[in-house]
Design a protein around this ligand. Sequence first.
Ligand SMILES: Cc1cc2nc3c(=O)[nH]c(=O)nc-3n(C[C@H](O)[C@H](O)[C@H](O)COP(=O)(O)OP(=O)(O)OC[C@H]3O[C@@H](n4cnc5c(N)ncnc54)[C@H](O)[C@@H]3O)c2cc1C
Length: 286
Amino acid sequence: MDFLRPETLAEALELKASRPDAVPIAGGTDVMVELNYDHRRPSALLDLTRVPELQQWSGGLRVGAGVPYVRIIDELGDQLPGLAMASRTVGSPQIRNRGTVGGNLGAASPAGDTHPVLLASDAVVEVASVRGTRMIPAAEFYLGVKRNALEPDELIVAVHLTPAQGPQQFSKVGTRNAMVIAVCSFAISLFPDENRVGAAVGSAAPTPRRALEAEQFLASALDFKAPKPLLDSVKREFGELVSRAASPIDDVRGSAAYRKHALAVMARRTLGWAWQELLDGERACA
Ligand SMILES: Cc1cc2nc3c(=O)[nH]c(=O)nc-3n(C[C@H](O)[C@H](O)[C@H](O)COP(=O)(O)OP(=O)(O)OC[C@H]3O[C@@H](n4cnc5c(N)ncnc54)[C@H](O)[C@@H]3O)c2cc1C
């Protein structure tokens, strides 16, 4: 197996163009599992850990594909609270030290923890090749189970997000708190200035997906200009619409019926937390 070690992004893109068979490796927390279990025998690995352009984030926000979870939590928690919450639930400290959002996107598992947050926060994925750069909205990035919109010569360079405009929440159901793949997960972002809500489910369909009807319902049911305590009927309807957005399967981690139920519960709870944060903010300003 060839081991390719570019030192710049330009070099990495040249190598990917000449060796589309080369499997990129960032933190290696997915790739090494596949190699160790002999699920994959690539002819070459393209090590991205020495490419400085991928390890940086900059204001705005453009988060390099190779920024590990631990840095998202430590350095970006105030600007991207939803992504930081999801990052805190990934694996263990060792996995969070190595694992990256770029790797989560590259693997495109329906159960990846960052996906619902990226969808609910209108993230855009920057991908590049020697042919140029493409900006792909997260909602168009996931094509199927472990399939994404990358062409064979492309690499994920960064994820673009706006700093949170309002409260964000993430919730995940698993058999325990650490080191579990999500049975299902849910993310919500409030955009009070735009009277808008982002909501997305994970591990509950072939791809992570937005709960569009639920988003539209909340945008019409909530008054962001003069927020009042949430009605139970609004929470219930929101939970129901989120649950309806999913098309889960029965598998070893949980049944489809359980997933639908859990999504409705997570949606109600996270909406309650996010809305309370908004109300507390209003009171603090008054
Ligand atoms: C014990 C354990 C626990 C885990 N727990 C969780 C969890 O709780 N939640 C969760 O979501 N995941 C979990 N994972 C999976 C994994 O840690 C995450 O998916 C992580 O984000 C992968 O990032 P990485 O940098 O290690 O990716 P890698 O393993 O390096 O790569 C993953 C995939 O992305 C591709 N890739 C990587 N970078 C790029 C790039 N820049 N451009 C194009 N393709 C790229 C690779 O070719 C590969 O296909 C766990 C894994 C382990 C081993």
